[in-house]
Design a protein around this ligand. Structure first.
Ligand SMILES: Cc1cc2nc3c(=O)[nH]c(=O)nc-3n(C[C@H](O)[C@H](O)[C@H](O)COP(=O)(O)O)c2cc1C
Length: 316
């Protein structure tokens, strides 16, 4: 008895979470677009110590993205208009997946987008044939493209059709990533759930703009960009809270997480897991550090199972 108590204490808190049937060793996940295709980080981050990572958005064909400048720093945040630059889904499967399959404990979530529903279905069909991918995250929310992307995530009818049709062809759990650029996040969350999403990611970046007053030109070549980082955290926490009230599926919360305490806040608001994006630009080891910090936080706050934090907000 004494022995088992001791070994339990040594093991520390149980950090496992289950997202749509996939068990993760930690709720802390690297966010799409900030962690490359994962392989770039294998020397820097121990992939088996983080919950999972989400790839850059993958499209049917390779994309060059928008012209520079496409990233700038702002007060407590970052603006980007990368324009979904990526190598295309086929090259990802052929060039990156063989290595990813060899990395012990690497949990791959493939982020998908398309300009039409048909594009998304084609991307999923290619990924379905590739072993070693745990889940799909469908980006219904990119603010940096003129069609597709955010349009799907801001129109309930389009979102319904997109999720319904993609879920039917997916052989893996489908997470739907929602746009925060909407009036009612609860409505969109409910639509995504009812159309078949097995989990939700929220939020993507907020539509934003900055002007250089000397040249009077936009500071980002694309003119508008997506705002991320600590500046958006309170809005993102509110959106996770509102969505969690109306859906039963797990929510992956994100937006400005820099420290373990930020992750705790998202979980108390209703998130079952969290993603870390912009923080990786300041510190490439941020995701692993936050995962370790969250475990320490749970240990020192008598939280035996991290999953118990989800929805633990005390309102009265
Ligand atoms: C440079 C950059 C590129 C991104 N690219 C993608 C992408 O391809 N697909 C996607 O779903 N989200 C993308 N995102 C959004 C992030 O995954 C995340 O939702 C957002 O940045 C909020 O989290 P953060 O404040 O921790 O960065 C990108 C964000 C940044 C900063």
């Amino acid at each position: 008895m004494e022995q088992s108590l001791k070994s339990k204490a040594r093991k520390g808190p149980d950090m496992r979470v289950n997202i749509a049937g996939v068990e993760l060793v930690s709720p802390v996940i690297a966010a799409s677009g900030t962690f490359g295709y994962g392989v770039e980080f294998e020397e820097i981050v121990s992939l088996e110590r983080i919950g999972a990572f989400v790839t850059k958005g993958l499209s049917k064909e390779p994309m060059a993205g928008h012209p520079a400048p496409r990233i700038i720093e702002t007060a407590s945040g970052m603006m980007n208009a990368i324009g979904l630059q990526n190598m295309g889904v086929k090259a990802f499967v052929e060039q990156k997946m063989p290595r990813l399959r060899q990395i012990p404990g690497a949990v791959v979530i493939a982020n998908i987008f398309g300009f039409t529903i048909h594009d998304c279905l084609e991307v999923i069909n290619v990924l379905n044939d590739a072993p070693g991918i745990a889940m799909y995250e469908l980006n219904a929310s990119c603010p940096n493209t003129s069609h597709g992307g955010m349009v799907f995530g801001t129109d309930p009818k389009l979102l319904d059709e997109l999720v319904f049709r993609t879920e039917r062809v997916s052989t893996r759990p489908l997470i739907v990533k929602l746009s925060p650029n909407v009036t009612s996040i609860s409505q969109m969350a409910k639509v995504a759930q009812d159309s078949g999403a097995q989990a939700l990611s929220l939020v993507n970046t907020f539509l934003s703009m900055a002007i250089d007053i000397e040249t009077r030109k936009p500071r980002i070549a694309n003119v508008t960009a997506g705002l991320s980082g600590p500046a958006i955290k309170p809005i993102a926490v509110r959106m996770v809270y509102e969505a969690a009230k109306v859906v039963k599926i797990p929510i992956l919360g994100m937006g400005g997480i820099l420290r373990a305490e930020d992750a705790v806040e998202f979980m108390l608001a209703g998130a079952s897991a969290v993603q870390v994006g912009t923080a990786s630009y300041a510190d490439p080891r941020a995701v692993e550090n936050i995962a370790a910090g969250l475990k320490r936080w749970c240990a020192s706050n008598d939280v035996a199972e991290v999953k118990k934090l989800t929805g633990g907000i005390v309102l009265h």
